[in-house]
Design a protein around this ligand. Sequence first.
Ligand code: 6PG
Length: 247
Amino acid sequence: MEVAGYAVQVFKDKDAVARAAADVFVNLAPQPHESPRPFRVVLAGGTTPQALYALLASAEYRNRVAWDQVLFFFGDERAVPPDHPDSNYRRANDALFRPLDISGKNIYQMRADRPDLDAAAADYERVLQSAFEGARVPHFDLIFLGMGADGHTASLFPGSSALAECKRLVVPVTDAPKPPPRRLTLTIPVLNAARLVLFMVVGADKAQTLREVLKGTVSPDQYPAKYVRPGPERLAWLVDEAAGGTL
Ligand code: 6PG
């Protein structure tokens, strides 16, 4: 369905959301029999994508993608070591990279655990510019995003100065209300340059915020997910009934 111009698909539960996301992924990604082409994807943090990763790594999906052509990036990362349970990298590594034996050269970690977050942000920005042949703003093939109950996405939180960033591609965050407070995040211009952004939102605790983000008139500064507007046909919301059943 369309809600205020957004493509919104409501599924019965989070597993159905994950399956829909996995189907989009395998339909867009390079197939094993195809001629090689790089496919650059940004992974979302948090817990929602775990079911997606498990599906992509499953016997049902794993053989439908030329994984050696898929380059994995991160939308944000917490300032914890890469082997910490809260690390977005660790979660993807355990559920996706290791089971699929993804080569380390195809994984672009955000090292938010470095003491100098500004330097780490600048380094990741150089990684992006190199991976996109020097393009001023990278155009990712697919960006997965989650949304918090406060309307944040990636590590772009309500009222943050990072929301106004229009030059840098990656910025440090030191006051995130969702622990840990220190993080790195892609900025709005990068999210809006994607060929396709897929939000995955599940859970009744996000229902009111989802209505506000999709139909409300409150400033995006209060609900940062509203800033993600890559353009027609380039944004879709995959939500479960608990989050989107009353849209
Ligand atoms: C993070 C995420 C964050 C997440 C939302 C939803 O590192 O915290 O990038 O933006 O996507 O908070 O998290 P859940 O999927 O766990 O609800």
